[in-house]
Design a binder for this molecule. Structure first.
Ligand code: NAD
Ligand code: ZN
Length: 351
């Protein structure tokens, strides 16, 4: 299987390659997007053990002229910090990497967001390629150019928009992904169904067990459909200047509050993101349960804790909280600051 989805941004565009065996058999797919001779692979200690050698092999094999260095970060959302990004810059400077260097992110959303941010800032911007290795990263975080790190006062609060030159989604890398991470990524696919793709939602209702069993064809299809949705949204609203791109944050105002409130690492990103309108609540709950995702909120999330954490959400504008709410038929939603605050309190109370 090999599919390509293009992300068009005005005069620029970049490809997302989706399929199995790409790292092993199609190294030219990313090599042709590397303009210079130097590559810095950014990964973490967990992924490095499984995929760093394979990736370096793909970059340097055959008649390749590339010289490759790597930096291995500690694993986890706890290390998605400015201090940890600085290790990437330290390595690049120690290796005397110039502006022609390409930074290549090998890993999940954490590595991708950090490497992209490092690429955006290093000498004011070097080439950047994404090789996402989680479902979360293949369907969502590697596409669209949002990069950054967490701050103790809020998730993803420090960052930049910085687009990759190419994204290589090798579904073979998903074979080693823990079940819980698989489910976390599937939640973002459900999200596309809810906000803009009712047929995808229906397909998920038919095929959830195939996805959970990591069927190659079903997985590639779900990633392709997700990337098409993401690419359309990003093409229409690259920098979240209107509400369209904000719809991708369905559930995230609550989810990010839960992630911060319970301490990063207690719940996975995809496990914390799941707030839904009543009318389709049952179908969605059933689908999430089939993906073995949690459908209740941790007990320590009091209404007050929710509200204080939601107040730092990036969608807060002029001091007013805005929410993405499912409205109308399945596959449509609104971004609004115009909701009943008493209803919100009641919802948070009964979560
Ligand atoms: P992650 O990057 O922490 O990866 C999850 C875990 O799986 C880690 O322990 C990682 O080491 C491990 N792992 C990764 N690939 C593996 C593989 N192939 N085999 C075995 N283990 C593997 O988490 P994630 O869910 O990929 O990403 C979550 C992050 O993405 C959050 O920080 C979130 O804010 C960010 N995100 C960003 C965007 C965006 O638009 N930039 C969108 C959604 C999420
Ligand atoms: Zn998300």
């Amino acid at each position: 299987v090999m599919k390509t989805v293009d992300v068009s941004l005005g005069t620029r565009s970049y490809p997302i390659y989706i399929g199995n065996g790409l790292l092993q058999h199609r190294p030219e797919l990313f090599r042709k997007h590397i303009p210079g001779k130097k590559v810095l692979v950014v990964t973490n200690e967990n992924i490095a053990k499984i995929y760093l050698d394979k990736t370096v092999q793909a970059l340097t094999g055959g008649d390749s002229q590339l010289s490759v260095e790597s930096v291995v970060l500690p694993d986890g959302e706890d290390f998605k910090t400015l201090d940890d990004v600085a290790r990437v810059w330290d390595k690049a400077l120690q290796s005397r990497m110039d502006r022609g260097t390409t930074f290549l992110a090998l890993g999940g959303g954490v590595v991708g967001d950090m490497c992209g941010f490092a690429a955006a800032c290093y000498q004011r911007g070097v080439h950047f390629i994404q090789v996402p290795t989680t479902v979360m990263a293949q369907v969502d975080s590697s596409v669209g150019g949002k990069t950054g790190v967490n701050h103790p006062l809020g998730k993803n609060m420090i960052g930049a928009f910085y687009q990759p030159r190419a994204v290589l989604c090798d579904t073979d890398t998903l074979t080693t992904l823990p079940d819980r991470e698989l489910a976390s990524g599937i939640s973002e696919i459900v999200k596309y169904g809810l906000i803009r793709d009712a047929p995808l939602f229906a397909w998920l209702e038919e095929n959830m067990e195939k996805l959970m069993a990591r069927d190659t064809v079903a997985t590639a299809y779900a990633i392709e459909r997700s990337c098409i949705n993401k690419a359309e949204v990003v093409a229409a609203d690259e920098r979240e200047t209107n509400d369209l791109r904000a719809t991708l944050n369905l559930g995230h105002t609550f989810g990010h509050a839960i992630e911060t409130g319970t301490g990063y690492g207690t719940l996975l990103h995809g496990e914390a993101v799941g707030w839904i309108d009543r009318s389709i609540l049952d179908r969605t709950r059933t689908l999430l349960q089939r993906a073995r995702l949690p459908v209740t909120v941790p007990p320590e999330m009091s209404v007050d804790l929710f509200k204080s954490l939601m107040a730092v959400d990036k969608k807060v504008s002029a001091g007013k909280l805005r929410l993405i709410l499912l409205k109308g038929p399945l596959g449509s939603c609104v971004v609004t600051g115009d909701f009943d605050t008493a209803k919100l309190d009641e919802t948070l109370q009964h979560f």
